[in-house]
Structures are given as C-alpha cells and as structure tokens.
Design a protein around this ligand. Structure first.
Ligand SMILES: [Zn+2]
Ligand SMILES: [Zn+2]
Length: 341
C-alpha cells in the first residue's frame, strides 16, 4: 500500500487488527514495555536509573560513544587538509569530507545491511518484525526498497550532511568568535557534547511535526514513510527538503561556543545514529549475548503508527504533548481515542 496517502494511526506493518493484538503478537521481538524516556527528564529523579542510563551511553561502547570516537578521529584526520587562516582558495578539504562521510555511511549502513539482511548473521533474533524488508517494490524508486533507500541516502542525504558540516567547519576554521578549545573550559566543552542529543530530539520533534502536515507529508515526508519495515539504509532515506530540515539542527552551533569535534559529533548523531536506529533489530546479538544496542523502538513505533513519537527518548516532548506511544496497549488506546478515529 503506497504510504503517500496517510491514514493517521493505521497499523501498516501488520496484516492483522492491531488493537486486538498484544504487543507479543504485534512484534517478533520488542524491548520491555512500556518504554521510557531519558530518566534525566523523569520526575522525581531516580539517581540509580539516571546513572545507569548515562553510564551505558557514555562509558560503554554505545551508538553515542561510537560516534563521539569517530568525531574525534575525523577532526584529527581533517587537520592536514584544512585551509590555514581561513584561506578558502582550495576546496579539496570539502571533497575529503564528502569522501569520509560517504565511507562512513557505506561502512555503517552497508555493514549492518550485509550482516543482518544478506548474511542474516543473527537470523530474526532481536528483530522487531520477522519479515526482511518489504515484498514487492511498487511504492519505491527503482521498484526496490534497498535501491530506493541507498539512492536517497547517498545522493541527497550525504550531500546535505556534507554541505552543512562544511559550512560550520569552515566558519570555525576562519576564526569564528564563538570557537572554543578543550583547554578554555573542559566543563563547557563536555556539556555541549552532553546536550547534543536532547537538542537534536527537541529540533527533530518540531521539524517532524511540520513534516506530518497535509501536503508537506504527501510531497516530502511520505518518501521516508515508504518504509514501514525499516532497515539500516532507511535511516536517512529522505526527500531533499526533509534533509534540509533534519540536518539544520547543527546551526545551533552558530549561537553557542563550539569546536569542530562538536560539529562532527552533531552530524554523526544525525546521520549515523539514524542509520543504526533504523536497523530493524534491537541489538547485535552474537554468541547468545547483546553486544551492541541498535534499533530505536520509540521510532519503530512511529513507522508503524505514524501519529506518535515524533521526537526521541532523549527529550520527552512526546510525553509532554500527548503523542508518546510507549508500546503498551493502553498507550495505543489512548492515542487512538485522542485522534478520534
Ligand atoms: Zn524513520
Ligand atoms: Zn514521520
């Protein structure tokens, strides 16, 4: 069924009647329900939960710590090719940056797709939906989900991503007044990294609500929602207008003290995190153990039910504005009732 005629809150990922089903019946696998949000925004504060959440995010190998390491590596990798003292005569560095981004996307999306969907290295263990992708490709460019997703990711996605990143890096390299070094204030430097996720969630929520408005949905965002059963290549498979909006959260760095590592981290949190989060599997499961958290079940619910979970767990705007679907039957009934359908 083409996704460009949006019916709010439909169960598009199942051939069954979702309200009559338990979560166990709706999903091949799902995390413990109800899902929560960043415990930093849950009141009253429960310190052991807050500590565990941030320990697992920052002090262990996670999607966030992984992209932070990549951001630091990219900063040092780019140093030799960056123009000196704002000299903009050579644009070679932009080509290198584009190559780095292209390589990262191909390695992360391509690697996950190969392992999970071609090699089927863990079967359907920790997979939200047991089917591997969509049958038939009528709704997709080139008549094929993977080809469609790769095209929009590489042609438009990596282009906008690199364009925005290059503008911000060039500005800092040209001696922007708001540039900051680690030595200036390690606390502020770290705080900016720490708050990047919640800011992206805040920006994503409002941009995403806009994208779900009538004609904007039909002409722009429906392209991303062709994917109900998502895979790694679906993460930033978007219309160019959506890319322009989605990646624009990085412009917050025009107004706050920033370093190139902040810019690279921000872009990887937008690009690579979306790819990992759309992988369709909750984690890499090797040797009977969860090795690395992958899918964002919060967003998987959005791809199935549409009119819910516009943001992410990093900042609880969905809870505050009544659009939070925590995966439970109660949540489903409440949202369905609010939408009066
Ligand atoms: Zn999505
Ligand atoms: Zn959406």
């Amino acid at each position: 069924m083409p996704a460009d005629n949006q019916t709010p809150f439909r169960d598009n990922g199942s051939s069954h009647d979702a309200p009559a089903q338990s979560a166990r019946q709706q999903w091949n696998w799902h995390p413990d329900l109800p899902i929560g949000n960043n415990p930093l925004f849950e009141w009253p504060w429960h310190m052991p939960t807050i500590w565990a959440y941030h320990r697992d995010t920052w002090l262990k190998l996670s999607e966030v710590s992984f992209v932070l390491i990549l951001a630091i590596a990219t900063f040092y990798l780019m140093q030799p090719v960056m123009p000196v003292d704002g000299d903009s005569g050579s644009m070679t560095w932009v080509g290198v940056l584009y190559g780095v981004n292209l390589g990262l996307v191909c390695a992360v999306a391509g690697g996950l797709h190969w392992f999970l969907y071609i090699h089927k290295g863990q079967g359907i263990e920790r997979k939200y939906i047991s089917a591997f992708g969509h049958k038939g490709g009528g709704r997709f460019s080139f008549g094929n989900q993977v080809h469609d997703n790769i095209f929009w990711t590489l042609v438009s996605g990596v282009g906008f991503w690199t364009f925005y990143q290059a503008i911000m890096l060039w500005r800092l390299n040209s001696g922007a007044a708001s540039a900051i070094e680690w030595g200036d204030s390690p606390v502020l430097f770290s705080l900016i990294i720490f708050l990047t996720g919640p800011w992206i969630a805040f920006h994503f929520y409002w941009g995403h609500r806009f994208l779900h408005m009538g004609v904007v949905y039909k002409w722009v965002h429906a392209l991303h929602h062709r994917n109900v059963n998502v895979g790694p290549w679906s993460g930033i498979s978007m219309h160019p207008v959506e890319h322009a909006i989605y990646f624009s959260s990085v412009f917050i760095h025009l107004f706050i003290p920033s370093h190139p590592i902040h810019i690279c981290f921000h872009m990887y949190m937008l690009g690579l995190s979306a790819i990992i989060g759309h992988s369709g599997f909750h984690s890499l499961f090797i040797g009977n153990k969860d090795r690395f958290a992958l899918g964002h079940f919060h967003h998987q619910l959005h791809h199935r039910y549409f009119e819910c979970n516009y943001g992410s767990v990093d900042f609880p705007l969905d809870r505050w504005f009544g659009t939070f679907h925590d995966g439970s039957q109660e949540s489903f009934s409440r949202l369905k009732n609010n939408l009066k359908i």
